[in-house]
Design a protein around this ligand. Sequence first.
Ligand code: PEP
Length: 256
Amino acid sequence: MKKRNIVVANWKMNPEMLDIAKEIFNNTRLTAKSLKNTDVCLCPPFPFLHPLLKLNYPKNMFLGVQNISSEIKGAFTGEVSAYMVKSLGASFSIIGHSERRAMGESNEMIRKKMQTAFDADLTPILCVGEKERDKDGNHLEFIKNQIKESLFGLQKKYLVGITIAYEPIWAIGKSYLDAMSPTDIHETVLFIKKIIGELFGRDIALGSKILYGASVEAENVSEIVRIGNVDGFLVGHASLVPKQFSAILKATDMKR
Ligand code: PEP
């Protein structure tokens, strides 16, 4: 079956108020409606999830969260479970974002979150990516290890259509001028697919979706679509700027 592109918006701890969140949501909805080959998933902060889920949106638009607890329920102050967000109507969860890893999330914890997401019927978007690159290729070993440990022991049935967002940490939150080159993205996507193939078999690798994230903006998105070999994007700051995000969505949709 043909794979659809997906663009995931990571709003992080933005915007400050619900009214602005609704405005960004409505602007995104207008563009999402016009897309043919692309799904759009907005991941707002938890408090905005329910009010946004009550609004109308097209069939190719979804809501997700930026994190879930590795636990199902209980005495875990401040945590939010996969089942809670699923019961509201969320469809996706970003898992293992580098900003959460920097707060102490280990691959083992991320593996547990992946399982919890699958159990709650929430689609996880697993984030991987190196802090820095070196000419000896150690960063490739680092990415391989992240994938291996984050998916270790998960049943193969869950991995059909697995979505992995490759986000080189050194390029996050900058401008398109600092993003990774489309050729390097292409190579890394191939590498990730090769690793998935080695670990889980060719079919799982072929069915997987590999997204790129880190400083995707209106200015570099088309080149990455053309050369990067990606199935979509994870977009941070540009997803909060309707004009930018709309351009990113439309450029992604050019890939059939
Ligand atoms: C991110 O942090 O997931 C991200 C993609 O950020 P940005 O687009 O701002 O680099």
